[in-house]
Ligand binder design. Structure first.
Ligand code: SAH
Length: 479
């Protein structure tokens, strides 16, 4: 690990977990709608529920009483009532009463949750998608329960109702699989195939007996294969310019399969967070003139890890084949016969242009767009200037911040109009995106005045002048 490791994404102060409530005592304070929902959730989980309220709303509680057992205590609870309880919900429907009861009950050593008052609560209740035994719980950390419910509605449509059967099936056959397959890696691969292939389809089609047969047969085959040493593979994945929204579905799928993740500075921590949680993470640095691990060593590391049978995810900023040295990395892999996949990503130039409201091509302005690097090999800026100053094209310059003055002067020296519009986009497609607009003559000075820190993309061409007309839809604009 290097010391310029990017900071971790902000964490929630809540610990996500599923508490075993079966057979445990639990208290609900209140007799209205919200209290009734809490009683139902607790009773479903098998808790022994005590409801403290002078009276219970008949409409809410009468139907509940036909399916679930709970004890009504027709008075306010005391702290001592909570002895031995797992949790306590306070939801009287009256904020002042809730607050008063919270003060009276706090300190009993039992976690308390007050309806709609995250600040008073030791825990908050997630939105729940119930496909028992499969349960998805969603929290927004109390920020917007409604958003959680909207998300839940979306997941309802994504997760087939029969997934509960699939989870139950996996639970029933788990010991059988553990017996046959010793290595955790082999087990995981087995389940990945089983839960996402024909066996799962049989379960979802309610044909469990056939699914069990198919599983047993697949298990025999996997146990045979397991004796040969596994060969890993490498996924060279473009992570886009920094906004996790710009990842591709394929990138996300590969990220979820990885055993180990190699990432560098250009990859936003929020994106690295999306990789499989158990995956080992290795920071391989890379910053202008300060490469934490030389390219050669990164390539060697990829080969070494894959040889250990691991699925290695190499996350690259933007697109792996655009100034990403992805080509060099796969040459090494091919040399050693390691299987690999390349997943393209949104490259910085197109992302920055879109988020800054600048079309890279336009019928009236530019019929071509050239991507160049402003970071010369061994220091020299060895570009084909004649080609870059042609009319009717846009030039997008990667890694151009350090030598912006030199670059813009060279373009003018080779015949470009000093008044040609140019923009520099710093941290494009990220929350801290900044856009500085000028001309070839003054862009370097303006960028200096704005103390841009990079990464930046420079866009040169008359398309930049369209920005004022088009950027009304750009998501971020802090300039
Ligand atoms: N493979 C990457 C480019 C790697 S070179 C891609 O396709 O985007 C690194 C350069 O990319 C940086 O110096 C900068 O010029 C550019 N870059 C990457 N992310 C950027 C971002 N979010 N905003 C602006 N420029 C970015």
């Amino acid at each position: 690990m290097s010391e310029d490791q990017p900071p971790a994404a902000a964490a929630t102060p809540y610990l996500p977990l599923f508490l075993r409530a079966a057979g445990r005592k639990a208290a609900v304070v209140g007799g209205g709608l919200v209290a009734a929902r809490r009683v139902e959730t607790l009773a479903r989980a098998g808790a022994q529920v005590f409801v403290y309220a002078l009276r219970l709303d008949h409409e809410e509680f009468a139907p509940l009483a036909t399916s679930f057992a709970f004890t009504h205590v027709a008075r306010e609870p005391q702290r001592a009532d909570l002895a031995g309880a797992l949790v306590c919900y306070v939801a009287t429907g009256d904020p002042a009463d809730d607050e008063r009861l919270h003060s009276a009950l706090a300190g009993a050593g039992v976690p308390i949750s007050v309806a709609d008052r995250p600040n008073l609560s030791d825990f908050i209740s997630p939105s729940i998608l119930d496909r028992s035994p499969l349960v998805v719980a969603i929290s927004t950390g109390g920020a917007s329960p409604l958003l959680g419910r909207l998300l839940r509605a979306r997941l309802e449509t994504l997760i087939p109702a029969a997934y509960g059967r699939l989870a139950a099936f996996a639970g029933r056959t788990r010991a059988q699989v553990n017996d046959k397959l010793e290595s955790p890696v082999a087990r995981r691969r087995f389940w990945e195939r089983a839960l996402d292939g024909p066996i799962a389809e049989l379960v979802l089609a309610r044909n469990e007996p056939a699914a069990e047969k198919a599983l047993a047969a697949a298990l025999e085959r996997a146990a045979e294969d397991g004796r040969a040493p596994p060969l890993g593979e490498v996924y060279l994945v473009g992570a886009g310019p920094g906004d996790a929204d710009l990842l591709t579905f394929r990138a996300l799928r590969l990220m979820q399969k990885a055993d180990v993740v190699l990432y560098d500075r250009l990859v936003d921590p929020s994106i690295v967070d999306l990789a499989r949680r158990e995956a080992e993470r290795i920071y391989v640095g890379k910053r202008r003139a300060d490469h934490a691990l030389p390219q050669e060593e990164i390539s060697d590391l990829l080969v070494r890890l894959a040889r250990q049978g691991k699925r290695v995810l190499r996350l690259k900023g933007g697109d792996p084949f655009i100034f990403g040295r992805g080509g060099e990395e796969i040459e090494k892999l091919a040399e050693h016969g390691i299987p690999f996949q390349i997943c393209p990503g949104v490259t910085a130039a197109t992302a920055c242009a879109a988020y800054a409201g600048i079309p890279l091509t336009h019928r009236d302005h530019a019929q071509a767009c050239v991507f160049v690097t402003g970071h010369g090999r061994e220091g020299a800026l060895d570009l084909d200037w004649g080609a870059l100053v042609r009319p009717n094209q846009t030039v997008a310059i990667y890694m151009g911040l350090d030598r912006l003055a030199e670059l813009t002067q060279a373009l003018v020296a080779h015949g470009a109009d000093p008044a040609l519009p140019a923009a520099i986009i710093d941290n494009g497609a990220r929350a801290n995106q900044r856009v500085v607009v000028g001309t070839l003559a003054d862009l370097a000075a303006r960028a200096r005045a704005a103390s841009l820190r990079g990464p930046t993309i420079v866009i040169v061409g008359t398309v930049v002048s369209l920005r004022d007309k088009l950027n009304w839809y750009a998501p971020e604009r802090s300039d």
